[in-house]
Design a protein around this ligand. Structure first.
Ligand SMILES: Cc1cc2nc3c(=O)[nH]c(=O)nc-3n(C[C@H](O)[C@H](O)[C@H](O)COP(=O)(O)OP(=O)(O)OC[C@H]3O[C@@H](n4cnc5c(N)ncnc54)[C@H](O)[C@@H]3O)c2cc1C
Length: 465
């Protein structure tokens, strides 16, 4: 049983206030309500106190305060988690948005990033040097949560998941010590944080390997939803055999008003969003099969890397209602494709979508036990996104997502990418870490035996299970 912040003796709160250098925000403070908003407006949690950390020392003070007072502790990086796992009710939120830095070392193309940065800030800084770190597809997402869960993005086939490019991290553990983790120091923790989420401590900085990516050729190609089965069958073969310089995630969605011609507005379609980072002279030949499939719209051209990274940000501002469901897939057979036609034709709102991200190329060459990210041999990470600005539509988007998931789960590989999951119970967490779950439990039991860091896709330590 956890304590409430209101039950803590005033002198202990006073000591916390004097030791903590950042801002503490309590429910009586004027900015409390703004501070408790996260990206997904469906999340409505009321933490007891926000510790808005300025640096790693603040994180240590906050971790010690949370642990010593038996509080529920959440860690907030970018606040984008679909399930709202950057917040908790009643307890302490360790907010990292004040811990930011992007330091690019061009001698070895490595980049040190603060635990509270968002990808947009990183992409801008690395782009100045013609470099990029593999990340996700919406640039307002936090570096912390995305990285600790894995990180699927446009560069996955060429350079791997975000965790495959993580060289080192600095983190505050449940006992308040701060450690460096990499391939030679605290090897077990370094393994665990590459996919095991925020279960093992608060990461105050990440060091990544960046890659020479300045310009790319990218953008969407679209077909009518009626062709989704045919396009998906073609895509399944094409993307697995395509050069790793080419990535493309498949989607079903509704055409927004801008930048598309009026006669297409609000029509449902299937599409592939492309990203090519190879020799521009070879692109035409590589891309020819896509054009041979006669997309009714293809807006694919040269652009700076951050332009693709931010291309869809405007459609998905903070404050929409979101419900997610996900699974990994090894095959996209006829039954699977038929369900995509059924649910793609029934997309409930203008912003709701399905995405299928390829897990091939560099990401699939890492062993399934080399990091906790167990589904290296899956072909796709699929996700159904119910999205709408209107809270009145929550039931509609949730129902569509759950039904889509239930129809396709029997054809899935069994588990999901942890960053695409809601709070779905311990069996789902286990299924998603598969053979790596037991090792995660061992490491969790050693470093966080009382499960201080439990507001996440939780790895339950031995004594607690
Ligand atoms: C619009 C949108 C698009 C997305 N696109 C992609 C995509 O293309 N690819 C992809 O892989 N994922 C994608 N995601 C999923 C995303 O990776 C997760 O939502 C992730 O949890 C967000 O991280 P955050 O730091 O913003 O979230 P938060 O809500 O702040 O945190 C999420 C979890 O991570 C933990 N955490 C965060 N930072 C730290 C830290 N520094 N130390 C310890 N624990 C920490 C938190 O405790 C919490 O459990 C997307 C999400 C959204 C909303």
């Amino acid at each position: 049983m956890k304590n409430s912040v209101n039950e803590i003796a005033p002198n202990l709160i006073q000591t916390f206030k004097s030791e903590f250098k950042g801002q503490l925000i309590f429910s009586s403070d004027a900015d409390y309500n703004d501070t408790r908003q996260v990206y997904n407006a469906m999340i409505n949690k009321h933490p007891g106190v926000f510790a808005m950390c300025k640096n790693a020392d603040d994180v240590i003070v906050a971790v010690n305060f949370g642990r010593d007072n038996n509080l529920l502790v959440a860690i907030r990086g970018g606040g984008h988690n679909g399930a709202g796992l950057g917040l908790c009710d009643d307890g302490l939120v360790i907010d990292l948005s004040g811990i930011k830095c992007v330091e690019v070392d061009t001698s070895n193309n490595t980049v040190k990033v603060g635990g509270g940065n968002i990808w947009n800030e990183v992409d801008k800084a690395t782009h100045e040097f013609g470099l990029a770190i593999p990340s996700g597809m919406i640039s307002t997402t936090g570096v912390g949560g995305l990285t600790l869960g894995g990180g699927i993005g446009y560069l996955t086939r060429k350079y791997g998941l975000t965790i495959d490019n993580l060289l080192e991290a600095e983190m505050v553990l449940a006992d308040g010590t701060i450690v460096t983790v990499n391939t030679t120091k605290n090897i077990d923790l370094f393994w665990a944080i590459r996919g095991g989420g925020g279960n093992f401590g608060v990461v105050t900085s990440f060091t990544f390997q960046a890659h020479p990516v300045k310009l790319l050729i990218g953008g969407p190609a679209l077909w009518p939803i009626e062709r989704v089965e045919e396009v998906m069958a073609w895509y399944d073969k094409f993307i697995q055999e395509a050069p790793e310089d080419l990535n493309g995630f498949m989607t079903t969605m509704v055409i927004p008003e801008s930048p598309f011609p009026e006669h297409l507005h609000n029509k449902k379609f299937c599409g592939i969003v492309w990203c090519y980072v190879g020799d521009p002279d070879k692109f035409e030949e590589i891309f020819k099969p896509v054009l041979d499939l006669n997309p009714f719209f293809a807006h694919v051209g040269e652009m700076p890397y951050p332009a693709l990274q931010t291309m869809f940000d405007g459609f998905f501002p903070t404050g929409l209602q979101w419900y997610w469901r996900a699974d990994f897939f090894n095959e996209l057979g006829p039954e699977v494709r038929a369900q995509h036609l059924k649910f793609g034709s029934a997309i409930p709102t203008a912003l709701s979508q399905m995405h299928l991200y390829p897990i091939s190329g560099a990401a699939s060459r890492v062993g399934s036990e080399d990091t906790p990210w167990a589904y290296r041999d899956a072909k796709y990470a699929g996700v159904y996104l119910g999205v709408d600005p209107d809270p009145e539509n929550v039931t509609k988007i949730t129902k569509w997502c759950k039904s889509y998931y239930e129809a396709l789960h029997p054809y899935s590989a069994g588990g999901a990418y942890s960053n695409f999951m809601m709070e779905e119970g311990q069996d789902r967490v286990k299924a998603s870490y598969k053979q790596n779950y037991d090792r995660l439990v061992e490491i969790k039991s050693a470093y966080d035996p009382k499960n201080l860091f439990r507001v996440n896709q939780n790895i339950i330590p031995v004594k607690n299970s």
